[in-house]
Ligand binder design. Sequence first.
Ligand code: GGG
Length: 367
Amino acid sequence: MPANKSLLVLPGDGIGPEVMGQVRRVVDWMDKRRAVSFDVTEDLVGGAAIDVHGIPVTDATVEKAMNVDAVLLGAVGGPKWDNLDFSKKPERGLLRLRKDLQLYANLRPALCFEALVEASTLKPEIVSGLDIMIVRELTGGVYFGEPRGIETLPNGERRGVNTQVYTTSEIRRVAAVAFELARKRGNRVTSCEKANVMESGVLWREEVQKLHDESFGDVELSHMYADNAAMQLVRNPKQFDVIVTDNLFGDILSDEASMLTGSLGMLPSASLGDVDETGRRKALYEPVHGSAPDIAGSGKANPIATILSLAMALRYSFDLADDADLVEEAVKKVLAKGIRTADIQAPGSTVVSTGQMGDALLAELEA
Ligand code: GGG
């Protein structure tokens, strides 16, 4: 009997529904051809939910997300909703899902496929073989810290406030994920913060070091200021194995790392929480890229990051490493044939639409 896996699909806004359409085709293919069967439910998030429900995610959707094996999300946001109050913006739907499901560890692998070495912003020898795992803390830091807001001062000037807050347990649990991952890879962790200017950075450095000394002494640990890490990523990225860092630095460093792999359209992500009493780990998978409203509807979106996010779900939520390998291998082969969406095109490559990239990947899976 095929294993039945429940999947909540939230396409979201902009290019989200387009790239998710291709993922649905891969899911359907797996349903038919592999020893796994998916029970897929689709729902609204972000601007799409605002348009229907007036809020970026409903309680009912959060409840569904809590009770499935995995959530697959496209992207949220767009100019249509830019003028809403911060508390009502599409992004708040995604932040609520991350927070309510306690998805504190966001795994962002920056892996340079050999066929895309030429598409990188750096010289081939610098990115060839690149394989970095960025672990971004996802439920704390400046994204959620209080106080926050915009106030008007007595002199009429306006002041915007955000607060960076981290507790020891928040730092230790995400650092533990990074150390565990490192043990299965190159056994090296670089922890990034700004301990030279931020109190939360000092605590971050101390707690990561303490956890290392208590439980992960076999893993090589180094500390690096986040600004230096940004520079080192473009100078010599292969020095990194696993990077662990806070919510904001993680967002910035992973966007930077994506360009080393050819395009932001190539980076998948897994947002993981703890394993609950039923043995299920709450998890949400999404491409690192956003809703790209400038190309939405044009057929130019690259679906690979979202398809690789499905591969991460197969690996981390469903324990189907062979199926994950199959999807990743199909991506590798399609790229090797020179089939490219516009963001990763190169001289001599065949530029295809979002749907044609889906066709090519399915043909490769069938082969
Ligand atoms: N697929 C990712 C996405 O839609 N990102 C938009 C967003 O809400 N980003 C907030 C963040 O993660 O910093």
